[in-house]
Design a protein around this ligand. Structure first.
Ligand code: URP
Ligand code: ZN
Ligand code: ZN
Ligand code: ZN
Length: 476
């Protein structure tokens, strides 16, 4: 036969075009699109289906190390990527954290150990820099960027992660030198501490007050500070998990000034609100929704859509950061019952990202199919140095493909999930549009919720420098 596999009769969607075509696959790659392409060992009938590039989720946390004695993450690479492929996502970028005092290279190697042979989908790592010592910035980081870890994240809050302004500037400067893309978690540490202590003194310790401890002004201030420091250094930055209008407007303002400031938003900011965190003791469900930045309100959903449609946001991610709900090792751990500040931050969602975004975006008429593909796949590949290997349906690209039924209606529920977490924050959400088959490198790895792939099917992806990470031409 001419090909290993032919996907016949579907409607292909890329970030640029929508077209009826068969897709021919050989050796794990797409080799042709069109009609009457030739013979194949295997044919998949995709009539009535959309044929889209597999999702790329550039913001997930799998097997991320938490401090000893604190709740550990619910998903490692096996269960987290199983959930990813079930949701139509074929590449994840997870985080390799540098614990303070540890070297960067040894930290990355520890995460390779957790992922190798375990992953159902392809994966790469962003580094998280918690300790920007001279050796890290002068030696280790440039060397790792050269080895394909071409992006890293820094935090403006969290006791074990926060960098002060001088450290941020030094990291930005280093990123400028090596051409890496910096992701910034924008929430102000001191403001959150102040609010948290004030709320606790007033006895306001329920999960709901997690949201009140870090209102949008805290996120806006930090976003503005990060943008200002990036302008000073002349380095592009990606502001991740933007929750509402305040931070969105800071990014838009920076973009209108001509700064290379990029934005990411996530499922929870178009599907959850602060109301979900109500339930005023930990035996109720409020803690299930605790993540940072916290979900806001319905007006914020509108602001996020405004940013999506207006091009402020390049990527739509899950920020999958799963903890168990039940049990002493979960979000309801004994300490968490004393104050929201001890509820581990983060929620699962890698499996639901494309379902929710398609339903609210495409099915409800807010974005086009092409925008959907750009925001769930293509832009992630371009932004993080995986293009033109990942992110499109065209000859030469990896045959990472999701077949999508735009008309299928489902209700999201834990019983459908493939993660290890014991709940989904999107329980009961009705969606229209559903992934029906996922292919990784031309192999069917998920067929209508049934996992056919194996741990180890997915491989590590060293990444090229992001074409979006270079300093502005003006100041160079
Ligand atoms: O609450 C969240 N999102 N936790 C994950 C860590 C992060 O800041 O992305
Ligand atoms: Zn973050
Ligand atoms: Zn995150
Ligand atoms: Zn391998």
């Amino acid at each position: 036969a001419d090909f290993d596999l032919l996907i016949r009769g579907g409607t292909c969607v890329t970030a640029a075009d929508t077209f009826r075509a068969d897709v021919a696959i050989r050796g794990g790659r797409i080799v042709a699109t069109g009609e009457n392409l030739g013979s194949a060992d295997k044919v998949i009938d995709a009539s009535g289906m959309l044929v889209m590039p597999g999702g790329i989720d550039s913001h997930v946390h799998l097997a991320q190390h938490s401090a000893p004695g604190t709740p550990q993450m619910a998903d490692g690479f096996e269960s987290g990527t199983r959930s990813a492929i079930a949701g139509g996502t074929t590449t994840v970028l997870s985080f390799a954290v540098q614990p303070r005092g540890a070297g960067l290279r040894e930290s990355v190697m520890a995460y390779h150990g957790k992922a190798e042979g375990q992953s159902f989908c392809d994966y790469g790592f962003h580094l998280i820099i918690t300790d920007p010592s001279p050796n890290v910035l002068g030696q280790e980081l440039p060397s790792l960027v050269g080895d394909g870890y071409t992006s890293f994240k820094v935090f403006m809050t969290y006791d074990d992660m926060v960098l002060n302004d001088r450290q941020l500037l030094d990291v930005f400067d280093c990123a400028r030198g090596c051409g890496a893309l910096v992701m910034v978690h924008c929430e102000g540490y001191d403001a959150i501490r102040y609010m948290t202590e004030k709320l606790e003194r007033a006895g306001k310790t329920a999960p709901y007050y997690h949201g009140e401890s870090r209102p949008q002004v805290v996120e806006r201030e930090a976003a503005h500070r990060a943008i200002s420091h990036a302008e000073l250094v002349d380095v592009p930055i990606m502001i991740v998990h933007v929750s509402g209008r305040e931070a969105m407007e800071q990014i838009r303002w920076a973009q209108q000034k001509g700064l290379k400031v990029y934005g990411e938003t996530c499922t929870q900011y178009i599907a959850l609100t602060a109301e979900d965190m109500k339930g005023f003791n930990m035996d109720e469900t409020g803690g299930k929704y605790v993540c940072s930045p916290p979900p806001r309100d319905r007006a914020s959903w509108d602001a996020i859509w405004e940013g999506i449609r207006g091009g402020v946001f390049q990527t739509f991610s899950s920020d999958h950061c799963p903890f168990f709900w039940e049990g002493t090792e979960g979000k309801q751990n004994p300490k968490a019952k004393t104050s929201f500040r001890w509820v581990p931050n983060g929620i699962p969602g890698v499996e639901n990202r494309m379902q929710v975004f398609f339903s609210k975006g495409v099915s409800e008429g807010r974005i086009s199919l092409n925008e959907f593909v750009a925001l769930t796949s293509t832009n992630h590949a371009k932004m993080y140095g995986l293009y033109p290997r990942k992110g499109s349906i065209a000859p030469g690209f990896d045959a990472d493909i999701v077949l999508w039924d735009a008309n299928r209606e489902e209700t999201i529920s834990q019983s459908l999930m493939h993660h290890a977490a014991d709940y989904t924050p999107y329980e009961g959400l009705r969606v229209k549009g559903w992934p029906v088959m996922t292919l990784l490198g031309g192999k069917v790895v998920c067929d209508d919720g049934r996992i056919l792939g194996r741990p180890g099917d997915g491989h590590f992806l060293p990444r090229a420098l992001s074409p979006f990470a270079g300093p502005s031409a003006r100041q160079r």
